[in-house]
Design a protein around this ligand. Structure first.
Ligand SMILES: Cc1ncc(COP(=O)(O)O)c(C=O)c1O
Length: 377
């Protein structure tokens, strides 16, 4: 029996908007293939649901971080190409090959292990190659990559699909490292003339044709956050994406709090005038950042339209408190939905108030929400 709790928060996920975002990004580089990055359960949104919706729209290639994520996604997408950004796990290579997964090889050791497995199995195995061009995080060094290019026997048994690199500062379009990485990647591709190339994440797509190459790897922009940093200035308006995620909590009760009284744990929020406080059934155990205590906003639809109200006091485990004095009394009875992310609350603005980025707010979306996926298809 399904118990539909009256106070359970609802996470609306608009798969049509997500598909529209994917099509828009792909349309910006029509000669390239637009893949999708669905690691971390598709940035908290649901990898199986997102994967199926995108596959239906024509997406054939998906990126995850971990082997476990790839194995789980394989159940949902039996025919798609699934890349593992962390590469084959030490000792787990055979399982990945059996599931027809395509790891991204980032170290000489991973290349050797994948090649050895191919020899052992007596069949060629697919892979991609990650080369670092300035991020210093994952990937072969340029010297290691050139060593592979000059001694292709290291790749015995491996069918390389493409060579990729990752941009460190693409969200800041004017950062000089973007150009340096683009130049290094272009030079690297000369060493692997027959291989396709992949460089652009979401923000990289907005940097223009020099960054597009053959395979696009957008993540965050698919999920509706703005890929560009505020430092991008007016260009940021053009990179605003369609809203995919809308989190609605519900009001449990409203109380009048007199001047001088305090709200919530720590008694740090002191009411300066008679105030109406609404308590909403969402907290940090739902992934709602505690850093939004006394800083974040919510939106309630009242009779006079949508009203933005501040979070008053600390976010606790299962509850937040809002100052709803701006609403008419009677506009927020128990059960009233409150938008906490989306529905007028911009993910990136809310993230900035929490001192973080939209990526973190999304990937922490909790498992207690009732998830409703919208798709006309
Ligand atoms: C290697 C790689 N490619 C692409 C992406 C997608 O990046 P974004 O979410 O900024 O589009 C990521 C995400 O961090 C990544 O690690």
């Amino acid at each position: 029996m399904t118990f539909i709790s009256g106070d359970q928060a609802i996470l609306h996920i608009d798969l049509d908007a997500l598909v529209a975002n994917w099509r828009r990004l792909g349309g910006m580089a029509p000669q390239a293939e637009c893949a999708a990055v669905v690691k971390a359960d598709a940035y908290g949104v649901g990898a199986a649901e997102v994967g199926k919706a995108l596959q239906k729209a024509g997406c054939r290639r998906f990126f995850v971080a971990h082997s476990e994520e790839a194995l789980a996604l394989r159940q949902a997408l039996p025919d798609a190409t699934i890349h593992i950004l962390h590469g084959p796990t030490m000792g787990g290579e055979a399982e990945l090959a059996a599931a027809n997964l395509t790891p991204v090889l980032s170290t000489p050791g991973q290349i050797a292990a994948w090649s050895q497995l191919a020899k052992k199995l007596g069949r060629r195995l697919p892979a991609a190659l990650h080369v670092d061009t300035g991020m210093n995080r994952l990937g072969l060094s340029e010297a290691e990559a050139y060593a592979v290019a000059t001694d292709p026997s290291r790749l015995d048994g491996i069918d390389l699909a493409f060579v990729m690199s990752h941009l460190a500062c693409s969200d800041e379009p004017d950062h000089p490292l973007n150009r340096q990485q683009a130049d290094s990647f272009a030079a690297l591709r000369q060493r692997f003339p027959n291989l396709k190339g992949s460089l652009a994440n979401s923000a990289g797509i907005f940097l223009g044709p020099d960054f597009h190459h053959d395979i696009l790897r957008p993540g965050i922009a698919l999920y509706g956050a703005n890929p560009l940093d505020p430092s991008a200035g007016p260009r940021r308006e053009a990179s605003r994406m369609a809203e995919v995620v809308h989190l609605q909590g519900k009001i449990l009760q409203v109380r009048s709090v007199d001047r001088g009284m305090t709200v919530g744990y720590g008694a740090g929020y002191i009411v300066e005038k008679p105030t109406q406080i609404a308590t909403v059934a969402v907290g940090y155990a739902d992934g709602f950042s505690r850093a939004l205590s006394g800083r974040g906003n919510a939106i309630i639809k009242g009779r006079q339209g949508h009203v933005r109200v501040p979070i008053a006091g600390r976010v606790s485990m299962d509850l937040i408190t809002l100052d709803v004095s701006a609403l008419d009394v009677g506009d927020c009875p128990p059960g009233t939905p409150v938008s906490l992310l989306g529905g007028g609350i911009d993910i990136d603005e809310q993230a900035a108030l929490a001192g973080t980025i939209g990526y973190e707010l999304l990937t922490q979306l909790g498992r207690r929400y009732r998830r409703i996926y919208k798709s006309a298809a």
